[in-house]
Design a protein around this ligand. Structure first.
Ligand SMILES: [Ca+2]
Ligand SMILES: [Ca+2]
Length: 391
């Protein structure tokens, strides 16, 4: 054989080996359906899916996508080792089409012996998780093996980065109320000082009917924790605890050095003894955001608290915020703000064309669709809140 032919063949052989090696490492699709079976199943065949998301978790490798057919899954889910996974709910039974809003995968966290637990728990570092098309319902952030609340979802960064993306998902009916330190009835995102960063993005997510002492829908803390909320709705969440008066953040509390970036978020009909949105030694940036509650159901809408230590700052731009209370914190009015009844229904939709938040938001940085998928802007400008009104 001629030497150049040998080189060509050697190069081809190496190319084949590289393809084989990377092919083996290729991300896999896993399939889960309530009609499936876990027995001796690696969940890789959509014709014979697994029955539980937990089984797919035991089979999955980093980079995999777990595809979940619509239906109820009564299992608490835990991710506590370094891995990158995408969970896509809302598939039909044949895995040929998705309707994540109309037919989500409903995760109810019923643990061993029927005990309620958190729906989803993520702890550690070097973890990347996408949760798309689910309902996280009826979880309990007081039970289970770990502290810190988060009935629907608890994320604790511990020694390395965690990236979380939650899309087209509803977090409802969860609670964390037993222990005073258990915060975030729906979701708690926490850094416990062990290093690492936590970046979480919630897009088209509704927090409803969750309850806690501190942050009824959402609680976020830690200086390396950043949460972005886009087209989110907080409705009918509660911050309450028997015998305690200071239960801040009926909808949410961002605390202890964390940063929360809210764009086109709506908070309505949340109840508590202190505030709807609370900033405790932290930063909250509000754009096109509605924070509104009738007086009596909660004393103030936005409470910026923190006289010493890490400063508390709320930067507020083209938003409709009812009552603002500062106690050592700073409220920065960046312009275009209102303080009027936004005329929003409890599901976050605007009540007809006369709502005062229509066309008076900023389109700079606003998402190009609303939480229903309508184009933004519609009409003369971008609306405040999660809903873009389309006549
Ligand atoms: Ca508009
Ligand atoms: Ca709309």
């Amino acid at each position: 054989m001629h030497i150049s032919q040998m080189r060509v063949r050697l190069a081809l052989l190496i190319a084949v080996m590289v393809v084989a090696a990377t092919g083996h490492a290729h991300a896999a699709d896993r399939f889960v359906s309530t009609a499936g079976s876990d027995t001796a199943n690696d969940c890789q065949n959509s014709i014979s899916p697994c029955a539980t998301i937990g089984r797919a978790l035991t089979q999955a490798a980093s980079g995999d996508t777990v595809n979940v057919a619509g239906g109820r899954y009564e299992e608490p889910l835990r991710i506590v080792t370094p891995i990158a996974l995408t969970f896509l709910g809302g598939w039909d039974g044949a895995f040929t089409g998705r309707n994540p809003r109309g037919n989500p995968g409903v995760v109810r966290a019923i643990g061993p012996e029927g005990r309620r637990d958190r729906a989803w728990f993520i702890r550690g570092g070097d973890i990347s998780v996408t949760i798309d098309g689910f309902t996280l319902a009826d979880g309990d952030g007081d039970n289970g093996d770990y502290c810190c609340g988060g009935g629907g979802l608890l994320v604790i960064v511990d020694g390395g980065p965690i990236t979380l993306a939650v899309r087209d998902t509803t977090i409802t009916g969860n609670q964390a109320t037993d222990d005073l330190g258990n915060s975030g009835g729906g979701v708690a995102l926490r850094a416990l000082g062990a290093g690492g960063s936590l970046n979480a993005a919630f897009t088209d997510v509704t927090f409803s009917r969750n309850r806690s002492n501190n942050g009824g829908g959402l609680y976020v803390d830690g200086p390396d924790t950043t949460v972005s909320l886009t087209n989110a709705v907080f409705t009918r969440n509660r911050a309450a605890r028997e015998g305690f008066l200071f239960t801040p953040g009926a909808a949410m509390n961002v605390a202890l050095g964390a940063t929360a970036n809210l764009v086109n978020v709506t908070m309505v009909k949340n109840r508590g003894r202190v505030s709807v949105a609370h900033v405790t030694h932290a930063t909250m940036n509000l754009t096109n955001t509605i924070v509104w509650q009738k007086r009596g159901m909660v004393p103030t809408d936005l409470f910026v608290e923190g006289a010493t230590g890490v400063p508390s700052v709320a930067n507020v731009d083209h938003s409709d915020v009812g009552m603002v209370t500062t106690s050592g914190g700073t409220f920065n009015d960046l312009g275009g703000n209102l303080s009027v009844d936004p005329r929003v229904r409890s599901d976050g939709t605007l009540r007809g064309g006369l709502a005062p938040v229509i066309d008076v938001g900023t389109c700079t940085g606003a998402p190009t669709t609303d939480f229903e998928g309508d184009a933004r802007p519609s009409g003369a400008g971008c609306d405040m809140g999660a809903d873009e009104f389309v006549p």
